[in-house]
Design a protein around this ligand. Sequence first.
Ligand SMILES: Cc1ncc(C[n+]2csc(CCOP(=O)(O)OP(=O)(O)O)c2C)c(N)n1
Ligand SMILES: [Mg+2]
Length: 321
Amino acid sequence: MVSKKTLVELYTRTLKVRLFEEKVWDLFGQNLVPGTLHLYLGQEAVAAGITAAMKDSDWVQSTHRGHGHVIAKGADPKKALAELLGKKTGSCKGKGGSMHITEFDAGVLGATGVVASGLPIAVGAALSSQMKGTNDVVACFFGDGASNNGTFGESLNMAAIWKLPVIWVVENNFYAMGTPIKLTCPSENIAARADGYCTPNVVVDGNNALEVYEAAVEAVKRARDGDGPTLIECKTYRKRGHSRFDPAKYRPKEEAEHWLSRDPVDIIKEIAIKEGAITEKEAEKIRKKLEKEMEEAGKFAVESDYPEPEKALEDVYAEEF
Ligand SMILES: Cc1ncc(C[n+]2csc(CCOP(=O)(O)OP(=O)(O)O)c2C)c(N)n1
Ligand SMILES: [Mg+2]
């Protein structure tokens, strides 16, 4: 079993992502978030468990469902919320928004709206780490749907032959928009596909931050020791539909009830209490503190200014070299 400190950290990280997303939903409901949204609600334990096993200098590559990855890796909620609102105080000066949310200083390479486009970016970042000898590892998040894209095979192959320090994190929430993964993947586990690339792989309960963390510790060690990539498949479930207004009616009632009764925040809290790492009262104190942080972050974002129109093209194109 991991230390009590780690259990508290896992609870705190999982809850922080949850409260951030609830704040996002609240602001969205007030019509303050332009564009679409892919909420991370329900999948919090994946980002929390993976990032808790990483160092600050390590890297994360995100997806279109990226808020949770960015917050779990340590991005400032103020700058992240301001970014979602398109404000100039945002982490991309309001020019990225939800699908391009990032925080380079916190070790986030970026989020992307192009499904599966993050995998080759992670290969590049890991190659850079290997060539520079920084010993940093890269965790690349992607969905079950993304594993059907050609870049999956190309990236896993290259990372395996060059023994790159990558952790492939498949967030299998069983659906790519409204398409069940069982209609598009012949194997029950996506992890099985990694066998074809001689990449060690494991399937974990993605709603249990501790299980995710334990798998991540092993994968991070393998990567740092120069022994190459690992694929971790985290079975999880989104609390809501694919994006903002999708009611997710395509999900069978029993399946949804089963998964939604397994709340990632409750699961890690129960483990932490059972292991004597925290009391109910202490857990509540952490929640109150984080709620206050999100309240302040929301206020900061709302009160921030929009970028000046004449700055629209600044930081958008690479400078000439
Ligand atoms: C290359 C590409 N194809 C299709 C889309 C449309 N699209 C956006 S999200 C999505 C589903 C992705 O599913 P998955 O990888 O399982 O991630 P999840 O949304 O479940 O987190 C699709 C098909 C896209 N954005 N990019
Ligand atoms: Mg999916």
